[in-house]
Design a protein around this ligand. Sequence first.
Ligand SMILES: CC(C)(COP(=O)(O)OP(=O)(O)OC[C@H]1O[C@@H](n2cnc3c(N)ncnc32)[C@H](O)[C@@H]1OP(=O)(O)O)[C@@H](O)C(=O)NCCC(=O)NCCS
Length: 186
Amino acid sequence: MRKALPEFQTKRLNLRGVSQADIPTYQKYFADYEVIKHLAATVPWPYPENGVQEFFDKFIFPHQGDTQWLWGIFEKQNPQDLIGAVHLWREGRPENRGFWLGRPFWGKGYMTEAVEPVMNYAFNDLGFEKLVFANAVGNTKSRRVKEKTGAKLIDIRPAKFVNPEYNEHEIWELSKSDWIEFTTSK
Ligand SMILES: CC(C)(COP(=O)(O)OP(=O)(O)OC[C@H]1O[C@@H](n2cnc3c(N)ncnc32)[C@H](O)[C@@H]1OP(=O)(O)O)[C@@H](O)C(=O)NCCC(=O)NCCS
């Protein structure tokens, strides 16, 4: 069942549930090997022209606000164009979260800023007691976001990614109590 997601504002960003209108900019920034190579091997590469439409229709729209939550990230200074996304899902694979930013928007601290209201919502409103994150060993940019937001590295396991040179992933955990401690000690 499709439900509207809450909208969040941070210092520089707006986050809102993705809609049909966001598909062109999602496709524009996401269909980039430098973004997709870090993702699980289940993501197709080369990325199909209708890849985002299919992903939204099959996996997001039917479950949005129920078992999946996919927020688009928008700059306040250009609020129409989606520049990235934060995704949460209930059933761990083992992870419960994914994220990406278009390449022109890396290195500005946007993802570290964007995950904060999403973590608050996951713990305070969605009832998660613990979130699991994962990234390819070697994906240092994704690793840094976790390190900087209170997550703890718990394991390294074999995994397959779009980039065939990656063969392991780091598993991280963030408990509700660690998150509360992290946000209150900032
Ligand atoms: C993972 C990903 C979202 C990280 O993007 P990012 O831009 O490196 O992360 P942030 O937005 O948090 O920015 C962090 C950097 O911005 C810099 N920065 C510049 N201005 C800043 C500011 N005003 N505030 C905070 N940081 C700032 C910081 O130095 C920081 O780098 P550091 O932590 O090494 O010091 C991005 O690399 C990406 O989309 N990768 C491809 C997809 C992917 O890997 N997804 C995750 C799969 S597990």
